[in-house]
Ligand binder design. Sequence first.
Ligand SMILES: O=P(O)(O)O[C@H]1O[C@H](CO)[C@@H](O)[C@H]1O
Ligand SMILES: [Mn+2]
Ligand SMILES: [Mn+2]
Length: 407
Amino acid sequence: MKRCIILMLDSFGIGASADAAKFGDEGADTFGHIAAECAAGRGDNAERCGALKLPNLAKLGLAHAAKESTGEFPAGFADNIEVIGAYGHAAELSSGKDTPSGHWEMAGVPVLYDWGYFAEKINSFPKELTDEILRRAELPGFLGNCHASGTVILDELGEQHMQTGWPIFYTSADSVFQIACHEDTFGLEKLYRLCEIAREVLAPYNIGRVIARPFVGSGKGQFERTGNRHDYAVEPPAKTVLDKLKAAGGNVISIGKIADIYANCGITAKVNATGLAELFDATLAQVSQAQANSIIFTNFVDFDSQFGHRRDVAGYAAALEYFDCRLPELLAQLQPDDLLILTADHGCDPTWVGTDHTREHVPVLAYGAGLTAGSLGLRNTFADIGQSVAAYFNLEQMDYGSSFLTR
Ligand SMILES: O=P(O)(O)O[C@H]1O[C@H](CO)[C@@H](O)[C@H]1O
Ligand SMILES: [Mn+2]
Ligand SMILES: [Mn+2]
């Protein structure tokens, strides 16, 4: 019985890639810098303290993969770890370091064209664009119009938004148009409808995603974003390995954001869950019942949205340790033929300047399906994952990547 379980740790990079300087990210290292900060006593919070401890991820080869990426083991990790998995580090072929590019590439379809971006830090959006969105949505005005951290901008504009009813439009270094609105005073359905309108109006701008950013709370310092975030991505430019398994009659089970990121393409079932614990629970529940010829694909978004973008080292470390301590529950549920893959879609180094993603290698940890433990080396594209998954399910070859199942 063949089943592939993909655990996608959103933003968990393991060291700058060769092209990182092009992105201003030379030296970025999400895993390495978190480990270094923790070892230096700067990663403590109410939930954790001291050196970063990830024994189960290390057993799958995480620290060894990081060593091959950067040249040294992250602080607190060493050569004496018994490794049971196949481990590698992968560079990104896609031109961007955004979430859809990373995901589509790992499913076999790199994004070789350039996205459209709103490059200006303030007055980011063309007037004709926002005029048209407001006209169609029958709204008198909007707030924002800048690059921003999604939590900081709520403190700046959330109260004004509640008073005026004007939506908050903002962007970032990613190809995104984000809309933040209060769930109670503006309304969730109205926000979703507004995002659908924006998605249509943005068609000529080649923007990867419109993102609904609903929030609640009574005023500055009290606002919180909710789990009702919704991403409206464009469709991948070619058939991914998810499409191919679906077309062959298999099951592709999305847990969390996956279905949104692939614009529902190649997805046969969708499970919603919010937060690391729920996402992990939902993954275990699906693994316990999934049939043969299934991909169970989970995006653990909190690493990125709660900690990476927020530049919260201790929070990121605590989240990793939580994930690590739950990993044995999953390993215990694996069937002999199952293929487990752990990876990431880009970096988001919480010690780096700004609040954007970082261009990094991602870990490729593979376990099960007869794989022998040891190094898979540097993979030149995340598409090696898609190619391996295609080989595993005996699907036709993908156009990009080489399989690591046969070494
Ligand atoms: O600051 P927030 O709203 O979390 O935004 C982040 O999330 C978006 C999608 O990854 C990017 O634009 C990034 O900047
Ligand atoms: Mn991401
Ligand atoms: Mn992000």
